[in-house]
Structures are given as C-alpha cells and as structure tokens.
Design a protein around this ligand. Structure first.
Ligand code: NAP
Length: 439
C-alpha cells in the first residue's frame, strides 16, 4: 500500500519512442505524482529513432531532441543495459513497481517462407537497417558485391533500403552512417535496384514524401512500366488521397525518358516471390504473376522487406500468430495477468504507423495506467528491489549520465566527415563511453 503523496511507480520496458512518449505522458499530468523508470537492454535510448530511421532522414532524427527532453523530466529515469526477462524478470519488476508497461517494439523480420530464402546474398531488411545504423548486435557482414539488387516489399522500409543502396554515397557522408558502411557503399558496384511488390501500385504502403524523394535522387533514373498504371484507369478518380498521390508518382516515372544516369530504381508490381535461385549464393529471384506465369530477375543480392515481427518476453502473454502482446485498452490480457501490466507501440499494435503514431498510443496507455491508479497503489511493492537485484547479479545499469557521456563521445568522434556524430557500434565501447573509461 502506497502512502499519501508517494509516487505511483511505473517501469517501462523499452526506451524507444513509444516508451519515452509514455514516460512523458505519465509525467505531464495533474493526477498525482509518478516515478517512471524506462528500461532498455541497450545502454542507449531512442530505439528505432536511433536504429531504424535512415541516416539521411535528418529532419526525423531531430526528434531525438524532443525525446531527450522527455527523458530529462524530473520523474523519469533512463535505465539502460538491463535486459528485462533475463537480467531481471517481469515478476521482479512487478515486485518493485506498481505497474509495468511493455514498449519494446518489434525486433525481428517476417519470413517469406520460400525456397532459397537462406542463401548467401539474401538479407533481411531488419539486418541491413541495423547494420547501416551501427547497431551493436550486428556484425559487419553485409557485402554489397552486386550490380543488380532486388528489394521485396512496398513499405517505407523497402524505400529506405533501396534509397540507401542507390543514393550517391557522397550524399550520405555528412550523416551519422558508420565509416565501414559508407566505405562499403562507396565501393559497391550497384547499378540497379528493383523494388518488387506482390500487389499493384494502388496497394503500395509508401508515404508520399518518401516516394517522391526516391524519384528526385541525383544520378538515379526512376522507372515504372506504364502498363501497371493503364490497368488502373482514371487516376484522378481514385478517392483515397494517399493511394492517388502514390499512383501519380508512378505515373510520372512511367512517362520519363532515361537520362543516362549511372543508376536506376525500377518498380515491379503483381509479382509474388516464389523462389530465390542460386547454388552458392543468390543469382536470381523467381516471381509468379497473377495469371500463374513466372519470370526471373537476375540479382546477386535480395533484401527481404516484408515487415517486422515482435518477439515474446518471458512471463508475458503473447499472441504468436501476430507477434504482439494481447491487450484490451492497453491492459495486457491472458495468462496470469490481473492488473499492473500494460503495452503500447509496435509490440502492442504491430509494426504499423509512423513514429508520431506512438505518441497518441502512449497517451492511451498513460490514461489506462492513471485510471487504474487506486488499484495499482494497493499492490504490495518493495521500491528499489530491482536495483538491489541488479547489484547482486553484477549488472551495472547505464543511467542518464552514462547515456549523456555516450552522446558526448559520439559527437566528439563526429566532425571528421562534416557530420554531427559518429555512432559507437560496439557494445563494450558504448559501455566504456558510458563509464568514462573510453580512450
Ligand atoms: P509495411 O509498410 O507493412 O510493408 C510491408 C510490405 O511487405 C508490404 O508491401 C507487404 O505487401 C509486403 N509483404 C508482406 N509479406 C509479403 C510476402 N510474403 N511477399 C511479398 N511481399 C510481402 O512494413 P515496413 O515497410 O516494414 O514498415 C513498417 C512500418 O514502419 C510502417 O508503418 C512504415 O510506414 C514505418 N516506416 C516509416 C518510415 C518513414 O516514415 N519514413 C520509414 C520506415 C518505416 P502486402 O501489402 O501485399 O501485404
């Protein structure tokens, strides 16, 4: 039972945009005092903003300033380098905090489930994105030794992947892209990127700004066969604005004449991937058209960008089919859950929406937690027990001053390419920077 004026203690698992927005929403309310600890298994916060948003999307990266401000709010504490479910269990958290909210995102790639998917040269978009973002989990193992590349999927991740591959690497030099990635892009012989979707242009999930950007890249011809558009009839009559605007872009590309630019991005629709062909590595991808016919695109690399997928946390109910934590109004359902567990962001709703979507989502979770306040405060908790356990287990959490030290170290490392920072991509080096023991 919590005493009068004592804060409601909330543990948030996952310090990405959803978790930070939730901490902010819990702090900025007049309902009563809260104390929010935002845990992350990495020593760095920001989640997909740091390890998902493409390095050349600098405007979006600026959102980091807003999220940093939220982490600096008085009731909020960042607790990095703690792998919840392993270093401490969910039961440990529930014994210390009145409420636990899961906001740890969707970490793995969805599978195609077709022959050849595991051949060398077949790369999950999640892996490639993590690699070009300097994620400490990822080995430096992406070799861009291909002239022709296929990207499967019509979502914004597919566009990010295609753009990073085809864009003039010198335009990336001033971003926070790691040195090894920049070097690999500079040496890459890639000339053609084929973006392939199983449905038509009207079903593309690209957002318009990102799609237009692709058609405006210097040194790149954007190509689309007019037959795909002819089949759609009167484009102006398409009611849904997002669809109409995307289709208009493809229409524009379909009427362009090749400029002789050194690189091309080529759209393909109504093409379901059925097999990756090759013996020792990918040599081509086979697609089936709606009439049952097949055709191959020769390519030495294929990036599978068919969506992210959430993974379960030990002790937390999970919907295996959809890769999400089941909830009603953000309250976790199933198993032994009574009250005290909540979810928001991709691990609750699946990998959809843009970063800003997490803000309204997080507000919903905060509303649910605050509405349950009285019942939550009646739970018997032992404040500080988790930090005691971590200490006993030899785990040193990285708190805000540790993250700020990493941030400062990365900014110090930057500047050599005219860029604002160079990310530290090795876990031990991140921990050394956090502890101030880096060189
Ligand atoms: P997404 O938008 O869901 O796109 C996934 C694509 O994969 C769809 O085109 C889907 O086609 C296709 N697909 C799924 N299974 C397939 C299969 N078996 N064979 C062939 N194609 C298949 O997912 P995402 O691109 O990973 O993006 C995740 C979220 O992050 C989205 O909400 C996205 O907008 C957001 N995001 C935003 C930005 C930005 O704002 N700049 C950048 C990156 C990501 P169907 O439609 O036919 O299922």
């Amino acid at each position: 039972m919590t005493g009068e004026g004592e804060p409601l203690r909330v543990a948030v698992v996952g310090a990405g945009p959803a978790g930070i927005y939730l901490a902010e929403a819990l702090s900025n309310q007049a309902d009563g005092p809260v104390a929010v600890d935002v845990f992350d298994r990495l020593p760095t916060p920001m989640g997909l903003l740091r390890y998902g948003v493409a390095p050349d999307h600098l405007k979006m990266k600026n959102l980091g300033t807003t999220l940093q401000r939220a982490l600096e709010l008085d009731p909020v504490r960042f607790v990095g380098n703690v792998n919840v479910g392993y270093d401490v269990t969910v039961a440990d958290l529930l014994a210390d905090y009145h409420a636990v909210a899961y906001t740890y995102g969707a970490a793995v790639d969805r599978k195609l489930g077709i022959p050849g998917e595991d051949l060398p040269g077949s790369v999950a978009a999640t892996h490639f994105v993590n690699w070009y973002s300097g994620h400490p989990d990822i080995a430096d193992d992406v070799i861009l030794d291909a002239e022709s590349v296929v990207v499967i999927g019509l979502g914004n991740v597919a566009l990010d992947v295609a753009r990073v591959l085809i864009r003039d690497p010198e335009e990336m030099a001033t971003t926070d892209i790691p040195d090894n990635v920049l070097q690999r892009l500079r040496e890459s012989p890639i000339r053609e990127v084929h973006i392939v979707g199983r449905r038509g242009p009207e079903a593309a999930k690209f957002t318009i700004k990102e799609l237009r950007e692709m058609g405006e890249l210097a040194g790149v011809d954007a190509v689309c066969d007019p037959a795909y558009l002819d089949a759609l009839g009167d484009i102006e009559a398409i009611e849904e604005k997002e669809v109409r605007r995307n289709v208009e872009v493809f229409k524009d590309w379909s009427t362009r004449t090749l400029t002789g630019a050194p690189r091309k991005v080529i759209m393909h629709f109504h093409s379901t991937p059925t097999e990756l062909l090759g013996t020792d590595r990918v040599e081509a991808i086979r697609f089936t058209k709606p009439d049952g016919s097949t055709y191959d695109i020769p390519a030495q690399l294929v990036f599978r960008s068919v969506g992210y997928f959430g993974i379960p946390l030990p002790g937390v109910p999970f919907d295996d089919k959809n890769g999400v934590i089941p909830v009603v109004d953000h309250r976790v359902q199933g198993g032994t859950v009574e009250i005290g567990e909540y979810a928001a962001g991709w691990i609750m709703r699946g990998p959809t929406g843009v970063i800003g979507t997490n803000r309204s989502d997080a507000k919903g979770a905060a509303t649910a937690i605050l509405a349950d306040r009285e019942t939550l405060e009646a739970r018997d908790v032992t404040p500080g027990s988790v930090f005691k356990l971590l200490d006993e287990r030899g785990i040193t959490p990285v708190l805000m001053d540790g993250w700020n030290a990493i941030d400062a170290a990365e900014i110090r490392k930057g500047g050599t390419r005219g860029n604002a920072r160079i990310k530290i991509a090795v876990l031990e080096d991140l921990l050394a920077a956090a502890a101030g023991t880096d060189a």
